[in-house]
Design a binder for this molecule. Structure first.
Ligand code: PEP
Length: 249
């Protein structure tokens, strides 16, 4: 059976003091949690949060990473710097990176390969725009993003990759994909992984759902066969909303 993996993406929110307060609350309230947990604060709060989650059952994540190891890349943050801070996993290909910052599948794949090469885990986000869903292309878009995002990833490294299906129209909008619609896309992503890496790898890979996950819809989503957890944005910013998602029944 696959583990459930609940990750909080804090986006561009929280000062160090605010991040510390939230991290402390989560460490206390999730200490008996049964699932896999991760929080991804801003780069500026990584060191602060690293010290708080160290030794707990909450992993530290980064929200992005440069495609190059190091060098003349003003404003970027490298995989080596993230590892130095104790980062365990990095979120790559988030829709805000794809659509606001115009990151394409080639760039995202370069980051995926670099993160894996340096021993990090990766959460690879895929998902369609509303116009793509309305044109009946949701599966096709997710398939392309999955195939191109995983290009060159060795089978031996796939256990360090989680895929997050995040329909762009559901992120931060309060609209959630129905559990049935989300599960259908998750199943199709799992089939893509099966084609690329075989049936066993496809059975094992974790596929999170993201897009307005809240305490009151988490359990219905998680009950679906192919939904293995959640990547949570807005509701991850408060312990009172993240904890019930993380402890969904
Ligand atoms: C996200 O940022 O990955 C996300 C899913 O955000 P929200 O939960 O706010 O829709």
């Amino acid at each position: 059976m696959r583990t459930y993996y609940i990750a909080g993406n804090w986006k561009m929110h929280k000062t160090r003091a605010e991040a510390a307060a939230l991290a402390k609350a989560l460490v206390t309230r999730l200490k008996d949690g049964k699932h896999k947990y991760l929080v991804a604060p801003s780069f500026t709060a990584l060191e602060t949060v690293a010290a708080i989650v160290k030794g707990s059952n909450i992993l530290l994540g980064a929200q992005n990473m440069a495609a190059e190891e190091q060098g003349a890349h003003t404003g970027e943050v490298s995989v080596l710097q993230l590892k130095d801070l104790g980062v365990h996993a990095v979120i790559l290909g988030h829709s805000e990176r794809r659509h606001i910052y115009k990151e394409d599948n080639g760039l995202i794949n370069k980051k995926v390969q670099l993160a894996l090469y340096h021993g990090l885990e990766v959460i690879l986000c895929v998902g369609e725009l509303l116009s793509e869903r309305e044109a009946g292309k949701a599966e096709e878009v997710c398939e392309t993003q999955t195939i191109q995002g995983l290009a060159g990833v060795a089978a031996a490294d796939l256990s360090r990759v989680t895929i997050a299906y995040e329909p762009v129209w559901a992120i931060g909008t309060g609209k959630t994909a129905s559990p049935e619609d989300a599960d259908a896309i998750h199943a199709s992503i799992r089939q893509v992984v099966a084609r690329l890496y075989g049936a066993e790898a496809a059975q094992q890979i974790l596929i999170q759902y993201g897009g307005s996950v809240k305490p009151d819809n988490a359990a219905q989503l998680m009950a679906k066969e192919h939904i293995d957890g959640a990547l949570v944005g807005g509701a991850a910013l408060k312990a009172d909303t993240f904890v019930p998602i993380a402890q969904f029944q």
